[in-house]
Design a protein. Structure first.
Length: 132
């Protein structure tokens, strides 16, 4: 490492902007490495465009935005768990590692089911109205 090379940071963030930059790096890392995060974002974009076209009510927007964020938070959390487990067991097969990762994936599944249920409750009446 050269004299002017910056030492990698392992200390606490010193400012709000530094915290924000690292959080943005976390989001960018997840987007680049987790296919499911990309898929969830793509579905969220479709739902937002559809909601704008159908001009859904304010409370419906609140529900939709809430479930979109719940799913994205669950996916971020699942990514944290996967990397922590990999760090601990270094890719060795471990029954407890399997259970931890499976339960973490189940969190995403349950959050996604909630999003599907909310989506059906909101969009089915609009579709029926269009078909009527
Ligand atoms: N070290 C391990 N020991 C035992 N089982 C493991 C281990 N690593 C992964 N697995 C099993 O493989 C599955 C997938 O692993 P992992 O979560 O790392 O991959 P992924 O494709 O990123 O998952 P996801 O689709 O949830 O994002 C886990 O749910 C678990 O059942």
């Amino acid at each position: 490492m050269g004299l002017n090379a910056k030492k990698p940071q392992t200390s606490k963030n010193h400012s709000f902007w530094q915290s924000l930059r690292h959080a943005a790096q976390g989001l960018s890392f997840t987007f680049q490495h987790e296919g499911n995060f990309k898929r969830h974002l793509a579905i969220a974009t479709i739902v937002i465009v559809l909601s704008a076209i159908l001009q859904v009510a304010k409370t419906e927007w609140l529900w939709l935005v809430s479930v979109i964020f719940i799913v994205l938070i669950a996916e971020l959390w699942n990514t944290v768990v996967e990397y922590l487990v990999d760090l601990l067991v270094a890719k060795q097969y471990d029954t407890m590692a399997k259970h931890i990762k499976d339960v973490s994936a189940a969190i995403v599944l349950v959050a996604s089911l909630l999003a599907v249920i909310v989506g059906l409750i909101i969009f089915v009446p609009y579709v029926l109205q269009i078909l009527a």
